[in-house]
Design a binder for this molecule. Sequence first.
Ligand code: ASP
Length: 323
Amino acid sequence: MPRPVLLIHGGAGDIGDSRVAGKFKGIKDALRAAWPQLAAGKSNAMDAVETAVRSMELDEAFNAGYGACLNTAGEVELEASFMEGHELRAGCITLLRDIMHPITVARRLLEQRRHVFLGGEAALKLALSTCSEQLAPGSLVTPSAQQALAEFKQQQAKGADTTYARTELDALRTDPSGDTVGAVALDMQGLIAVGTSTGGITGKWPGRIGDTPVLGSGTYADNLMGGVSTTGHGETLMRYNLAQRILAAMQHQQLSAQAAAEQECQRMTARLGGTGGAIVVDPQGELGISFTSRRMAWGYVSDGVIHYGINQQEMLQEPFDLA
Ligand code: ASP
């Protein structure tokens, strides 16, 4: 019987120092919300993923649900995906408005076993018919998201290049501010589940769809291979198909989850310029955490200790308590 694992991230990017404390708090809150039940065998991998992601969607420190970043029109368009690794069921949601928890809508789609990907009005309809509450327009918009959009527009007015990067040297230009959230869990039954939720990137065109709801890029789960949730510059991650490449490196090159995540994040950035990161859990519960952006918030609990970090080569630890 595998030991349960829950590994989460709070986004890869050029995250300013002033936002680090809020990220750490949000990571710990999400682990407190989801881990005890999973560790005790009282919830399965899907419940743990949904609970952890919902916690971060509520937290304005993250670019998901409340606090999601804004498109050029100043609006929130949400995206999420959910996948389980036993039957490979999946639910992917895009261009969803005014719903606090897109991850739950993605899970409802997965459970219905009819379609895999829904967008816009159809996604909203599913949300409302499966008990999500429709918020008043603008409810998810925060002052800091508005400020980030204003700064983006100033940069654009100064002639900043917003095409995607071509070389590693261009990478900083497309290093988004980060904050997308994701979770990968393995439960005692050997089920792997993965969920990822985002508002995309600040200043995206209305209607832009990123990597987060795309299987193989933002999310993938297969009990026989492992689970991956990614974050970073979506146009880069989609073109590289990061999640799937990490799992392929584990399967065909016999690399560990950690070695595969490092290899593929680095190859992606060397080849395409854009940056990103990934969290990985293999079927034995071994972890992989890697990113080529300046920072990526992540965390997990093991033997009563929270392990977390945000900088390269960093692992902070403290006792896991429920306070
Ligand atoms: N990957 C997300 C997107 O481009 C952004 C992020 O991970 O922060 O939509």
